[in-house]
Design a protein around this ligand. Structure first.
Ligand SMILES: O=C(CO)[C@@H](O)[C@H](O)COP(=O)(O)O
Ligand SMILES: [Fe+2]
Length: 227
């Protein structure tokens, strides 16, 4: 079944605990950490992740858009994240970092910006629990989906199948009712949605609607047949 991860970036930051509870029923809560260096925006850090992990039963999917990921990512596991995504562009030693995240008890995930190809990282895939393909330039919510990323999603799904991996394939950026089916058909199975969830009148219903669309599209997709 498709997983839907609402992005708290599109929520009201003055009411984070309530906004987290508004999407209980979602698979994970996506938490965008930005440092104003790796991306031109600043959001939140370890203390807020720690507070959020106590405020909701939904596991936290922390997306770190920060420099020096090797140094900081392990602290997000300690703060209570169930999954920690670092950007390969910001990690000096991605294999060592993925192993450290797993050893500390979280799922290890690696993200690729739109201009970063998947092919150089094929041999790293067994070290990961999830790969995140950015479908916007990281930094802000509410941007338009880059459909030029669909071939990369397809190629990554082929690599996952070729190696027989259990790796989850996440997409993040501009995922909505109009784009989620294309992502699912291309091979994504974890979908981050910020504005499409928190911009809806009923965020929990938006999660259910997106999941139903993704499941229907996956059922039509050829990649899912050999699953
Ligand atoms: O990581 C990011 C942006 O850098 C995302 O997680 C956004 O928060 C997604 O927001 P929408 O594009 O779905 O509004
Ligand atoms: Fe994100």
């Amino acid at each position: 079944m498709a997983q839907i991860n609402p992005s708290i970036l599109s929520a009201d930051f003055a009411r984070l605990a309530e906004e987290a509870k508004a999407v209980e029923g979602a698979d994970w809560l996506h938490v965008d950490v930005m440092d104003n260096h790796f991306v031109p925006n600043l959001t939140l850090g370890v203390p807020i992740v720690e507070a959020l992990s106590k405020a909701t039963d939904t596991p936290l999917d922390c997306h770190l858009m920060i420099e020096d990921a090797d140094r900081w990512a392990p602290q997000y596991v300690e703060a209570g994240a169930g999954s920690v995504t670092f950007h390969v562009e910001a990690a000096a030693a991605p294999v060592r970092l993925a192993r450290e995240i797993r050893a500390k008890g979280a799922r290890a995930s690696m993200a690729l910006k739109p201009a970063t190809p998947i092919e150089p990282y094929e041999d790293l895939l067994p070290e990961l629990d999830m790969l995140l393909i950015m479908t916007v330039e990281p930094g802000f919510g509410g941007q338009s989906f880059l459909d030029i990323m669909l071939p990369k999603i397809r190629r990554t799904r082929e690599l996952i199948s070729k190696h027989g991996l259990e790796l989850w394939l996440q997409v993040d950026g501009g995922v909505s009712a109009t784009t989620i089916e294309r992502c699912a058909e291309a091979g994504a199975d974890v979908f981050v949605a910020g504005s499409a969830v928190y911009g809806a009148g009923d965020p929990a219903a938006a999660v259910r609607g997106l999941r139903a669309q993704a499941d229907a599209a996956t059922a039509r997709a050829s990649w899912a047949c050999d699953h």
